[in-house]
Design a protein around this ligand. Structure first.
Ligand SMILES: *Cc1c(COP(=O)(O)O)cnc(C)c1O
Length: 473
């Protein structure tokens, strides 16, 4: 095994290994359809796993977004929904939870993460401004571009190497950032777009030392830092496990400290916060809050519901509190590490260190004979579904889209297929089935051909693009 047992577990709870801190009260039957049905379904979906019907999927690792299982307390919270148009008590509960656990002063609810990205991008980016960040995220960068900004990647080089063992591959490269500031001028920088456990790099965390140093640099120029807090709780787990001085601190304390070095955050509550829908924006600057609160009524809903029902806000407020519990985070990430360790043992190439929410198969090493413009990661996602009904997603050439200036594919260094693990949903036995399927697909890799794109949408093409298998020769 690559990973020593997480430091806190045995000591804190007197156990030898982690176990899920819950028992199952209600089950949802799932079923694996036949190989014949899977072949027809994949062809009908244009070899894009986003276009499959979920009834045709056996183990669904498409995303960890909105797929969490809620607790009995959250379900009970739904019954406490106050559906008043204005001033719902559930909003105040949510506001209090964000203030208590993330530490920001002003909270604007939104229907999901991209609603918050839209508001913050419009509020603070002026056309022509630059937005440096630790690797792009699809919806985040699109909203920054739609607001007239230009995203510039300032993540450390190690992040672009799927095998580099750096423990904090999400870190910002302060030299790259300094060079950018020198080049364009601090007043042209809208804000730093900082993400916890960087999804596109394989779920790689940012260290506390890095965010502290980033804060110091930004303070010299009066530049604001906004955090994509979507998977920040998982980021805090890696700080607790690997950064000096944090082994004995609870996740909740680490989260609060990390956020204190930033000026605000947007959140896809569908991830860390354990709900099926929801999001929020939170800031400390009253002026930015005012702008965002003004816009939320145009694009989302009144500033005390932002597109969510009262009951959704109640489940979210409870979810925030549950999401920072050490035992929860340990078992959540523990399940991801378990799957990753199995695959590593079997020689399957994956991004290492293993991230917090997903295993990222390295499609370039998996299919060295398939060139990047024949979409190896998309091919791998399709093959996994065909093998055992396991659904993952492409995070490579298709997701990266085209350069708006040249119109060419972006050809990212990382060509990955992501297996995202929903929170509190599957058991370790499901992880065994997934690992066996990946191994089977790996064993016949040299007989596998790539794909050709036959339909390409203008925005976020990975969601709806269609493909056809290349002819066998
Ligand atoms: C999912 C996600 C978003 C967008 O949030 P939605 O709730 O899907 O709109 C933004 N940033 C990151 C890192 C995400 O994973």
């Amino acid at each position: 095994m690559n990973h020593p047992a997480p430091k806190t577990i045995g000591q804190q709870y007197g156990r030898r290994s982690w176990a899920e801190p819950w028992k199952i009260k209600m089950v949802e039957p799932i079923e694996m359809v036949s190989h014949d049905v899977r072949e027809k379904a994949m062809a009908a979906a244009g070899y894009n796993t986003f276009l499959l019907r979920s009834d045709d999927v056996y183990i669904d690792l498409l995303t960890d977004s909105g797929t969490s299982a809620m607790s009995d307390r959250q379900w009970a919270g739904l019954m406490l929904g106050d559906e008043s148009y204005a001033g719902s008590r559930n909003f105040y509960h949510l506001e209090d939870a964000v203030q208590s656990y993330y530490g920001y002063q002003y909270v604007v609810p939104t229907h999901q993460g991209r609603g918050a990205e839209h508001l913050i991008s419009k509020a603070v980016i002026r056309p022509g401004m630059v937005v440096p960040g630790n690797m792009y995220f699809t919806t985040t960068r699109l909203h920054q571009e739609l607001a007239g900004g230009r995203f510039v990647d300032v993540i450390i080089d190690e992040a672009h190497d799927p095998a580099d063992p750096h423990l904090f591959k999400g870190n910002v490269d302060l030299d790259k950032l300094q060079a950018l500031i020198d080049d364009v001028g601090a007043e042209q920088i809208a804000y730093i777009s900082l993400a916890g456990t960087v999804n596109m790099a394989g779920g790689q965390p940012v260290s506390m030392a890095n965010v502290k140093a980033l804060r110091a640099l930004c303070d010299r120029y009066g530049i604001r830092i906004y955090l994509d807090a979507t998977r920040m709780v998982e980021n805090c787990y890696f700080i607790q496990q690997h950064e000096d001085g944090y082994a004995d601190k609870p996740i909740a304390a680490i989260l609060k400290e990390f956020c204190s070095y930033t000026d605000g955050a947007w959140m896809s509550a569908k991830k860390d916060n354990l709900v099926n829908i929801g999001g929020w924006l939170a800031v400390n600057d009253e002026e930015v809050f005012d702008l965002a609160r003004n816009m939320v009524v145009v694009y989302e809903g009144l500033h005390t519901y932002g597109g969510m029902a009262g009951r959704d806000m109640e489940a979210l407020a409870i979810g925030i509190e549950e999401s920072v519990q050490d035992d929860h985070v340990c078992s959540r990430v523990g399940q991801v590490l378990y799957l990753g360790d199995l695959l590593t043992e079997w020689g399957v190439p994956i991004v290492t260190p293993i991230g917090g929410h997903a295993i990222f198969l390295d499609a370039k090493r998996f299919y060295p004979h398939i060139p990047q413009d024949q979409f190896p990661a998309q091919t791998l996602a399709a093959e996994l579904y065909l093998d055992a009904g396991v659904r993952g997603m492409e995070r490579g050439n298709v997701s990266a889209g085209r350069d708006p200036e040249t119109g060419d594919h972006r050809y990212p260094a990382l060509e990955l297929t992501r297996l995202a693990i929903p929170r509190r949903v599957y058991t370790q036995a499901h992880m065994d089935v997934v690992a066996e399927s990946v191994k089977a697909v790996y064993d016949k890799r040299l007989q596998t051909k790539g794909l050709r794109m036959v339909y390409e949408p203008q925005y976020l093409r990975f969601f709806q693009a269609r493909f056809e298998p290349l002819e066998l020769d």
